[in-house]
Design a protein around this ligand. Structure first.
Ligand code: KIV
Length: 273
């Protein structure tokens, strides 16, 4: 490919320097054809561990494995050209100690070719983030509602609802930033808390259910496309793919049963050679 036609993939600098600029556009992606459709419109494609719930039918992301993240990360890298691709580190792959975190992050980066990893950054995680960044792994933090911690918090609940919780979330975000995170996802917090965090860290914040005060927004793609009946309050459904798919499959089933599919144009003819 000649240099002129080569499409440049966004780098960590492009993302980290977006603070105060145009809001960052982030969507989750888990497979190659969807990544190809999202790629021209997004700054970042996040291979989130939400894949466990929205693709594999798990009730929480706790059961997601390294192998699942790597497989989906590889597919998204194949389908995308210009977006910065971040792969989530699954539950249990980084909490124990910094060395394990590095081994698993390095494996994700080597086997997928992604540009960065994301980890849910409770207070304990600052050490891991610094260790990874020093060794060449860009890290995106994740504070507020942390889906991997729902067995401790008691469910998918908005965070920062009292002074103690608020203080904790702010400290976690600052610790992630000071440890070297290039961006931080803020999930499920009220607008004033998201604004305070966004103003108190130098790196961009990316909100999901965290108001327009963040430096960017992320949504889980199947949620915003309307694949599910139920979605959280903060999701805007940009399409009703559930109804569209149901209609298409109903029509196909009726056509097959009535022998309307396939027709002549959809059938091979034997041509003599
Ligand atoms: O796993 C995921 O999709 C995420 C987003 C919700 C930010 O972490």
């Amino acid at each position: 490919m000649s240099k002129q036609t080569q499409i440049r993939r966004k780098t960590v600098r492009d993302i980290a320097s977006a603070k105060g600029q145009q809001p960052l556009v982030v969507l989750t992606a888990y497979d190659a054809p969807t990544a190809e459709l999202l790629d021209p419109h997004c700054d970042v494609l996040l291979v989130g561990d939400s894949v466990g719930m929205v693709v594999h039918g798990l009730e929480t992301p706790v059961g997601v494995t390294m192998e699942m993240m790597i497989l989906h990360g590889q597919a998204v890298m194949r389908g995308s050209k210009q977006a910065f691709v971040v792969v989530d580190m699954p539950f249990g792959s980084y909490e124990t100690n910094a060395d394990t975190a590095f081994e698993n992050a390095a494996r994700i980066m080597k086997e997928t070719g992604c540009q960065a990893v994301k980890l849910e950054s409770g207070a304990y995680a600052a050490h891991q983030i610094a260790h990874l960044v020093e060794r060449g792994v860009p890290v995106m933090g994740h504070v507020g509602l942390r889906p991997q911690a729902i067995n401790v918090t008691g469910g998918f609940k908005a965070q920062g609802r009292n002074d103690t919780e608020r203080k904790r979330v702010i400290e976690e975000a600052r610790a992630a930033e000071q440890a070297g995170a290039f961006a931080i996802v803020i999930e499920g917090v009220a607008e004033d808390l998201a604004e305070e965090i966004t103003q108190s860290v130098a790196c961009p914040t990316i909100g999901i259910g965290a108001s327009a005060t963040c430096d960017g927004q992320v949504l889980v793609t199947p949620d915003m496309l309307g694949i599910f009946d139920w979605t959280p309050k903060f999701v805007r459904k940009y399409h009703d793919l559930r109804t569209e798919i149901t209609k298409a499959v109903e029509t196909y089933a009726a056509d097959v049963r009535a022998r309307r599919f396939p027709d002549k144009a959809e059938t091979y003819k034997l041509t003599k050679q």
